[in-house]
Write a protein that binds this ligand. Structure first.
Ligand code: PGA
Ligand code: ZN
Length: 394
């Protein structure tokens, strides 16, 4: 395929911060993609290129300048070939030269174009490329926001209702539960990811509320994202609700949460390089609750492989913008599956209308998709895209 026109621009994300949007043209085909942006980011993520003022003008200029120029000279046989070319063009280990946001925008738009050219839905093109069996992911619906996404009104970043089954029935369950909880909580602010953001003075309270929802709805369970990188207190410990905890103390807190509540998974229970702490918790919770790497693994096949050698986790969060190309996000899924672990595909806390992650999660047959709460349009769109896929896939 020859790309004959490449456009890029900045658009606001859900926090009103600028992010990159790319449009590619090839003959009469065209495709657009936009890139999400995280707030509780891992230090090992690919680099999102930001100007000194927080803008993305340099990243946009890299797409319309160097990337457009180089791509115009070539003919690409596949989206994979284009990604390989972009990765080599950037030529840094973390995409810091051209920017992971610039490269991923082109990479996603290209995946869309190649799917159009082949005349198949996006999720199907991804499944063929990844050699995976497509299928509906569990919905990880954020119901309560804490951590950096909610000014630390609660210590853990996300309290999630995991809904199993067909997307249409899982989403109906999530809607009923989300509404019920909203009525119970009354007038509380919304967090960054479209979940409620109340304040409680005990660690248990959100778990009690979620456990009540689980008791009412079959096929549901609880997940949390502790996002423990953000809980570090600079003295090698973690601070939760004003109290300091060692990793060992935190391990026993997680253990008692899993004993008391219907838990499905715990994400980033410790800081991003605490491999041994992850491994100890994974051993303690084996067969009872998944331990998920996010900032720990950053969608990086090499870090996933290292985690596998250490037996550190049992599931991996997959965020394409942590690694900066569709190709490498697929490789991260493949490394996760090779380890026998669950892949959970995820949006970012700063989102756009782009629903690529829904097609990606379905295409790779992910264990789950984290797409946020039901209180924000850009999160709902991801779930609605999954509903469309459910119809396309019959
Ligand atoms: P982020 O948060 O997008 O702000 O990094 C999401 C997460 O930690 O899972
Ligand atoms: Zn996380």
């Amino acid at each position: 395929m020859k790309l004959d026109r490449i456009e890029a621009r900045n658009i606001p994300d859900t926090r009103g911060k600028p992010t990159v949007e790319v449009t590619l043209h090839a003959d009469e085909l065209s495709a657009t993609a936009s890139v999400p942006s995280g707030k509780s980011t891992g230090s090992h993520e690919a680099k999102e290129l930001r100007d000194a003022d927080g803008g993305v003008e340099t990243a946009v200029a890299n797409v319309t300048g160097e990337i457009a120029r180089e791509i115009a000279l070539r003919d690409f046989a596949s989206a994979d070939e284009l990604d390989t070319f972009l990765i080599a063009l950037d030529n840094t280990p973390d995409k810091s030269r051209l920017g992971a946001n610039a490269i991923l925008g082109v990479s996603i738009a290209a995946q869309r174009l190649f799917a159009q050219e082949a005349g198949v839905p996006l999720w199907k093109a991804i499944a063929e490329r990844a050699k995976t069996a497509p299928g509906a992911p569990r919905l990880y619906v954020n119901v309560i926001n804490g951590g950096v996404h909610a000014d630390f009104r609660l210590p853990f970043q996300e309290y999630i209702l995991v809904c199993e089954g067909k997307t249409s029935s899982a989403l109906a369950t999530a809607r009923a539960a989300f509404e019920k909880l909203g009525a119970e909580l009354g007038d509380v602010p919304m967090g960054d990811e479209g979940g409620y953001s109340p304040t409680f003075d005990t660690l248990e309270k959100p778990f009690e509320l979620l456990a009540a929802l689980v008791a009412e709805h079959s096929g549901t369970s609880i997940a949390i994202d502790a996002a423990a990188n953000e809980l570090r207190n600079g003295r090698g410990e973690y601070t939760l609700l004003g109290k300091d905890y060692t990793a060992a103390e935190l391990t026993s807190i997680y253990g008692s949460i899993v004993e008391r509540f219907p838990m499905h998974s715990i994400e980033d229970p410790f800081s991003e390089d605490a491999t041994q702490d992850f491994a100890r918790l994974t051993d303690a919770l084996r067969g009872k609750c998944l331990v998920v790497g996010d900032d720990f693994t950053v969608t990086n096949p090499e870090r996933i492989e290292a985690a596998r050698e250490a037996g550190a986790i049992t599931a991996v969060l997959i965020k394409p913008n942590q690694i900066g190309s569709v190709k490498e996000a697929i490789e991260a899924v493949q490394a996760t599956h090779a380890a026998g672990w669950a892949a959970i595909c995820s949006h970012r806390s700063g989102e756009t209308d782009d629903t690529f992650i829904s097609d990606f999660a379905y295409g790779v047959g992910a264990h789950g998709i984290k797409a946020g709460g039901l209180g924000q349009k850009q999160r709902l769109e991801k779930y609605e895209r999954l509903l469309e896929i459910e119809k396309e896939a019959v």
